[in-house]
Design a protein around this ligand. Structure first.
Ligand code: HEM
Length: 488
């Protein structure tokens, strides 16, 4: 790509300022004023190059889908607690179930997202909030994500799934699964959590999707805001998303004031009714939109990939779903009780989350000096643990590369399966994700047979969410008398 001289100068200035900022930060973090005791106990390992540290190495490994091997090399060189520099910040990399426990339960650590993510989503998003602020926002979200409430979403999810398959799969010979699942999970979220119906909010849903579609690629991008950088493009898209959310908020506020809506209708109305500031509402709506749809879409996509590659498991899922379909009158929506009969399908989904966790790493920040496993982690450092370090550990999950849903028939050792995180920050959307996955899989499995299209090998990279080549292109064949065609 050609850059004009002003762009080159701007880029050079940004890099220079970043160099100075990070150098001064690294110097401060390991300065002699901390005394010999602190220096002695820091985790082993180098900080790497100034400014970038090991960031580019890790990002490159994620893209090449070799990040596990990259992290294992770090462990074999420096042990289960080591240090490195990521995204311009000193980082302790910790490994194993006890490290996960530490990460999820230590009060010396607070949740955080990186600067790029926060710049796009907004700095008052739930992950950046602590203490009473975190509890307040989380409580409002949980109102719409708790089990008793999610039970009531089954019929709406059922309708969205059937509509999607009728519109985007029926009559087609091939489907690119990832984009299809992203659009489906985005639609489900809009209908169910934000009360933006398919017909009455069609235009605003399109506008929102345009703002959110590109966002995920910018989550771990280098925060250089120029028109041609990934970060710059994602930031522009997020601003479009924010404007769309602000428009919806205005409409919802007016309805609330006219007494035409109630706080239990949807998350935005609830937040408005509790006096949450507009900025905080927008940041958290942005957060939920990202957290809720890309993760679930990744799960559905990789579940289909693994079922394609594991025909015995595929046959068991088909048998389970066909039995549910046979127990129902044609055209009837799934019920909460039906989902209770889909145990093997959910085990297959959990096994998919074990093998390909959508969220690669959990990062926290030390709010005070804290010791772990004999090493000092100074205040201000990041602490990083990667799900695959325990989920692919053969001492915990024998033959870890084998797709075996039956593993989940037995209890899993604590802090070993961490795809939804843990502790006070555990993903509050896990039940929502379970229900939408089961509803979607029911209609996919009973409506179609699929196999990977010629030339699609199922390989994937991470950006940082797993992204399959060609979006996972599959050939599909409709089955006779599909349940997807029986309702409007
Ligand atoms: C397969 C799907 C999903 C996966 C794998 C997933 C994974 C995660 C993980 C790993 C975390 C961080 C937990 C921690 O720090 O310990 C998280 C947080 C969160 N997730 Fe999910 N998630 C999924 C679906 C959803 C859905 C559907 C929603 C909402 C509808 C959602 C909303 C959230 C929220 C609001 C947080 C922040 C919680 C807090 O900081 O208190 N997630 N998720």
């Amino acid at each position: 790509m050609e850059m004009d001289p002003s762009m080159v100068a701007a880029l050079a200035a940004v890099i220079l300022v970043s160099v100075l900022l990070v150098l001064s930060r690294l110097k401060k973090q390991s300065s002699p004023q901390d005394g010999p005791r602190r220096k002695q106990k820091l985790p082993p390992g180098p900080f790497g190059l100034p400014v970038v540290g090991q960031t580019l190495g890790l990002l490159g490994a994620l893209r090449a889908n070799t990040a596990e091997a990259w992290l294992r090399r770090q462990v074999s060189k420096y042990g289960p607690v080591s240090k490195l520099s990521l995204f311009g910040c000193p980082t302790a990399f910790v490994v194993g179930p006890s490290a996960n426990k530490f990460l999820f339960s230590s009060t010396a650590l607070t949740a955080m997202s990186n600067r790029s993510f926060n710049s796009m989503v907004g700095w008052r998003n739930i992950r950046e909030l602590a203490g009473a602020d975190h509890r307040r926002i989380r409580a409002m979200m949980v109102q719409f994500l708790k089990l008793e409430v999610v039970r009531g979403y089954v019929a709406s999810m059922d309708d969205e799934v059937r509509h999607h398959l009728r519109t985007h799969w029926s009559g087609h010979a091939t489907v690119s699964v990832m984009p299809s699942m992203k659009s489906l999970t985005f639609d489900i979220m809009c209908t169910v959590i934000f009360g933006l119906g398919r017909e009455d909010h069609a235009a605003v849903r399109r506008e929102l999707l345009a703002g959110f579609e590109p966002l995920v690629r910018g989550i771990w991008s280098i925060p250089v805001n120029l028109p041609f950088t990934t970060f710059g493009k994602c930031l522009a898209a997020s601003q479009r998303g924010r404007r769309a959310v602000a428009g919806i908020l205005k409409e919802k506020r007016a309805k609330l004031e006219r007494g035409e809506s109630s706080p239990s209708d949807d998350l935005m109305t609830r937040m408005l009714s509790e006096g949450t500031s507009e900025g905080e509402i927008i940041d958290n709506v942005m957060f939920v939109m990202v957290a809720a749809h890309d993760t679930s879409a990744t799960l559905l996509t990789f579940l289909m990939k693994h079922l394609d590659a594991n025909r015995d498991a595929y046959a068991r899922v088909v048998a389970e779903q066909e039995e549910v379909a046979r127990s129902k009158a044609p055209g009837d929506a799934l019920s909460w009780e039906d989902l209770g009969k889909m145990k093997y399908t959910w085990s297959a989904a959990m096994e998919t989350l074990r093998l390909v966790p959508p969220v690669f790493a959990n990062i926290k920040r030390a709010v005070e000096d804290v010791e772990f496993d004999g090493h000092l982690i100074p205040k201000g450092w990041q602490v990083l643990s990667a799900s695959n370090m325990t989920q692919w550990d053969d001492a915990i999950f024998p033959e870890p590369g084998r797709f075996d849903p039956a593993r989940f028939d037995n209890p899993i050792p604590p802090y070993s399966f961490v795809a939804f995180g843990g502790g006070a920050r555990v993903c509050p959307g896990n039940e929502f994700a379970r229900v939408e996955t089961l509803v979607a899989m029911h209609y996919i499995v009973t409506g179609f047979r699929w196999k990977l299209a010629a030339g699609c090998d199922g390989s994937f990279s991470r950006h940082p969410l797993p992204s399959p080549a060609q979006g996972l292109l599959i050939n599909i064949e409709p089955l006779e008398a599909t349940t997807t065609t029986t309702t409007s």
